[in-house]
Ligand binder design. Structure first.
Ligand SMILES: N[C@@H](CCC(=O)N[C@@H](CS)C(=O)NCC(=O)O)C(=O)O
Length: 211
């Protein structure tokens, strides 16, 4: 059975949600954060970087949420929640790949810079902070437009790209100075996500502990 090592209030909720969407059994081990917010050192005994998510599948220990999502979808989900590369019209497949990778490659990396800067009082008046905040707004406006036709990131089908993309607009929004409600398509998308039974179950088991 797959073990999911979940750090509380973190991206690893994605993997719990994915398993609930796929209806695959798993074992969940939850690690509380240190008071500093860092992952606790026992996670380093599982994977050298000590970050979450990590899964164990027999002898395989795999980190990096995008890699884990692809591993599980293809190895255990028979490709469910992935789009096929050989569809006659490649547009939905291209969108699927784009958003699957955009989540960590572009969106989360920028949002994390904004989050770190927001926690450094000396950075408040810095032009660097202003530039980053502008970039966040620009990126969110882009995502909002792209989600217009919807209902999901790849188009008409809910896919693993949604499992990757939702986190910054759900759990992470609690920690950012960003008002998601000002982006109507993202706001409506979050409501669609929240109404999914698999998401509700995953959040009950591994959702954010917002203090
Ligand atoms: N790109 C990686 C990021 C992994 C990552 O930074 N995880 C965070 C949780 S959201 C973490 O473990 N933070 C605690 C720490 O770095 O101490 C992924 O998608 O898995």
């Amino acid at each position: 059975m797959i073990t999911i090592y979940h750090l509380e209030t973190s991206r690893s909720e994605r993997i719990v949600w994915l398993m609930e969407e796929l209806g695959i059994e798993y074992k969940l081990e939850i690690f509380p954060r240190e008071t500093t917010g860092a992952a606790p050192s026992p996670l380093k005994a599982i994977h050298a970087l000590g970050k979450a998510p990590v899964i164990r599948d027999g002898d395989v220990v795999l980190a990096e949420s995008g890699a884990i999502v692809e591993y599980l979808v293809h190895r255990y989900g028979s490709g469910r929640l992935a789009l096929r590369s050989d569809a006659p019209d490649p547009r939905a497949y291209a969108r699927y790949l784009y958003w699957l990778h955009f989540a960590e490659g572009s969106l989360m990396s920028l949002m994390l810079i904004a989050l770190v800067l927001s926690r450094v009082p000396e950075a408040n008046a810095s032009p660097v902070t202003a530039r980053i905040n502008e970039r966040v707004k620009h990126m969110l406006a882009f995502v909002d437009v792209e989600l217009g036709p919807g209902p999901w990131f790849a188009g008409t089908e809910f896919t693993a790209a949604d499992v990757m993309m939702a986190f910054p607009f759900t759990t992470m929004k609690h920690f950012l100075d960003v008002d998601i409600a000002t982006y109507p398509n993202i706001d409506a998308y979050v409501l669609r996500i929240a109404s999914r039974p698999a998401y509700q179950k995953a959040m009950m088991l591994a959702g954010p502990r917002v203090r």
